[in-house]
Design a protein around this ligand. Structure first.
Ligand code: COA
Length: 342
């Protein structure tokens, strides 16, 4: 038994914000942002749009790419939930007319898509589902302080989705083993301090007025996060390659979470991977958290850069801290661009 990737889709909100525009009112410059992060523009949701609409469009496209295959379970990985309760996945399942299937959200920040792949693979391996729709969906720009120059330019919104089904190991599209890890001792390096149970207290939220507004936005210690991202992604990617018994030379593409182009280049250098094997689209989308890996796969597939049978190394790092890697043999897939319009 193996888990096969058989569908792929993405969705981006239509509003593109370039570095010139994002720099307005911030003590930064377009040049600083591009040179330190590799980002030139990002997409942002407009008022009233949350992850649900992005997830629905990305999910519908992934199902179409899988030839309209019946879905048994839906997992939505998100760091920017539509509402604190309930999960958005049941609403997405209903809007996609998937029937009364198992549907739930999961959170593992920027490693959420890799954790989601492992979760979906587990549902299939356990016989709970034959086919799983996994969506990484984010409207995280709404959780970023518009006055914080160190976080505001970095993030972007979007959703990416894959369909995974039960199959055989020799089939194109088969997912390999996983390496997953976490370090909660460093959780404060990347965190949204308020909005959860710690600040609400026994009065059920009445204490909210005492919490500074800034506490509801992301706090990030950029330099320490950078160093952890490089170290953890490099170690995790190497661990999964060892487990899969793939050599570095056999890897055709390194599809790493798009947090910072310099992080990706440094990880590749530490792994001894040729720079041209590092897949990048951060210049156009910024860091889209759980959506970044499927959106990047979609871009690569659409450009014709990903060929059936190629070996893909996938690795992610994010808040938690958390990280994860997996390997994949690329399948023959039809997909379409991730733009918003139908
Ligand atoms: N414009 C101008 N200066 C900025 C800035 C901006 N947008 N953002 C931060 N700075 C400043 C800092 O305040 C700091 O100033 P100081 O020296 O006076 O304290 C200086 O630039 C250098 O900060 P540093 O954090 O060392 O810069 P950097 O080269 O590491 O780049 C990040 C900053 C945020 C781009 C980088 O640390 C990074 O990408 N970190 C990881 C972020 C990430 O990936 N988060 C998501 C994880 S999934």
């Amino acid at each position: 038994m193996a888990v096969i990737l058989c569908g792929l889709g993405g969705c981006l909100p239509p509003q593109a914000i370039d570095n010139q525009e994002i720099s307005k009112g911030l003590d930064t410059t377009p040049e600083w942002i591009e040179s330190r992060t590799g980002i030139r523009e990002r997409r942002m949701v407009s008022a009233g749009i949350g992850v649900r609409e992005l997830a629905i469009k990305a999910g519908a496209r992934a199902i179409a790419s899988a030839g309209g295959r019946r879905i048994d379970a839906l997992v939505v990985a998100t760091t920017s939930p539509e509402r604190i309760c309930p999960a958005v996945a049941p609403e997405v399942a209903a809007r996609l007319e998937l029937g009364d299937i198992a549907a739930y959200d999961m959170t593992s920040a920027c490693s959420g898509f890799v954790y989601g792949l492992a979760t979906a693979a587990g549902l299939i391996a356990a016989g709970i589902a034959d086919t799983v729709l996994l969506i990484g969906a984010e409207a995280f720009t709404t959780f970023v302080n518009p006055h914080d120059r160190s976080t505001r330019p970095i993030f972007g919104d979007g959703a990416g989705a894959v369909v995974l089904r039960r199959g055989e190991a020799e089939e194109a599209g088969s997912l390999g083993c996983f390496d997953l890890g976490s370090d909660g001792g460093r959780s404060d390096l990347l965190a949204i301090p308020a909005g959860g149970s710690r600040q609400r207290g026994a009065s059920g939220g009445l204490g909210h007025g005492n919490v500074a507004a800034d506490e509801f936005f992301l706090h990030m210690e950029g330099r320490a996060v950078y160093e952890q991202a490089v170290a953890r992604m490099a170690a995790s990617a190497q661990a999964v390659l060892d487990r899969a018994q793939w050599s570095m030379e056999q890897v055709d593409w390194f599809v790493g979470h798009q947090a910072n182009v310099r992080i990706l280049q440094t990880v590749a250098f530490e792994l001894g991977l040729e720079p041209e094997k590092v897949a990048v689209n951060i210049e156009r989308l910024g860091n889209t958290l759980t959506a970044s890996i499927p959106l990047l796969l979609n871009d690569l597939a659409l450009r014709g850069d990903l060929q059936a049978g190629q070996r893909v190394l996938v690795s992610a790092f994010g808040a938690g801290l958390s990280w994860g890697s997996t390997v994949l043999r690329w399948p023959q897939l039809n997909t379409r661009d991730s733009e918003w319009q139908d």
